[in-house]
Design a protein around this ligand. Structure first.
Ligand code: ADP
Ligand code: MG
Length: 263
């Protein structure tokens, strides 16, 4: 198997001539946790839409586990092992966390499972184990509408994990969470990264600092502006400039966190 779970070459996505993604190159190692940052309109959500098959590339290719995704539909790509967490939690509020997880486990057990059967892996988790992982063991049997916003986010992450995806895509998971919930979400993602490849799109720089152990990718105007460890990226003048939107006075220390907030 390829060491790269995801390889993207010369990817361009045009909407009526406007290039939301422009000759973008990107790759992710199997087992890696990658954080992608970038100002509004940089193309982050479009990037996820391309990986999940919601949008098809105008030019270029996306390879997942060595396979070109172009011919596959969104549903087929999900079944191949790409799971996506949207910004707003999509859980069944009138069901309990346990019932939500049971549903998620069974979602793919239909006619398609014979077509896209995956070998059982050691990572396949029991519902009880998953409830522990997402910190909801004690709230397993109360209605999900009683959960806090953060707890609902964790439940949805749990529902994704229940489907044993190889690649987890997470779009701004801490928007609207309390500081404590944000920190717990970071711990959850870091712990899941031991058994999954994960891409997290994020604005909150404190959160990026918490979870980014390896490379951080900065998107700008549909292309990769730079990649590196958080500290390198944070002090890169090009990054500071796109966040602040003007020339940087190099004598002044810049706080990227403040820059992100001003955006
Ligand atoms: P981000 O998530 O980084 O804020 P997006 O991927 O949502 O950026 O958008 C990138 C650019 O592409 C934006 O300028 C946006 O207006 C444009 N865009 C996104 N989707 C469409 C679409 N379906 N049609 C036209 N323009 C779009
Ligand atoms: Mg977006």
């Amino acid at each position: 198997m390829s060491e790269k779970i995801l390889e993207i070459e010369n990817l361009t996505v045009s909407f009526d001539g406007f290039k939301a993604l422009n000759n973008l190159n990107f790759s992710l190692n199997t087992g890696e946790l990658r954080v992608i940052i970038g100002p509004n309109g940089a193309g982050k959500t479009t990037f996820l839409d391309i990986i999940t098959g919601k949008t098809k590339p105008t030019e270029g290719n996306v390879r997942f586990k060595g396979k070109n995704l172009r011919p596959y539909s969104e549903h087929q790509i999900a079944r191949m092992g790409v799971g996506r967490k949207f910004q707003t939690p999509r859980v069944y509020l009138n069901l309990t966390p346990r019932e939500n997880l049971e549903l998620a486990c069974n979602r793919f057990k239909n006619v398609f499972s014979t077509l896209f059967r995956k070998p059982p892996t050691a990572e396949r988790r029991t519902i009880g184990g998953l409830l522990e992982t997402i910190g909801l063991a004690r709230k397993a049997d109360m209605k999900a509408n009683l959960l806090s916003h953060g707890e609902k986010q964790w439940l949805e992450i749990g529902m994704l994990v229940a489907q044993s995806p190889d690649l987890l895509l997470v779009d701004e998971p801490v928007a609207g969470l309390t500081d404590e919930e944000t920190e717990l979400t970071g711990e959850l993602l870091v712990s899941l990264s031991k058994s999954h490849s994960i891409i997290v799109i994020e604005h909150d720089m404190e959160f990026v600092r918490q979870i980014a152990q390896g490379q951080v990718t900065v998107l700008h105007q549909g292309s990769v502006l730079c990649e590196g460890h958080f500290d390198e990226v944070q002090s890169d003048p090009r990054v500071i400039e796109v966040y602040l939107g003007h020339e940087v006075d190099h004598d002044q220390p810049i706080d990227l966190q403040q820059a992100a907030l001003q955006e």
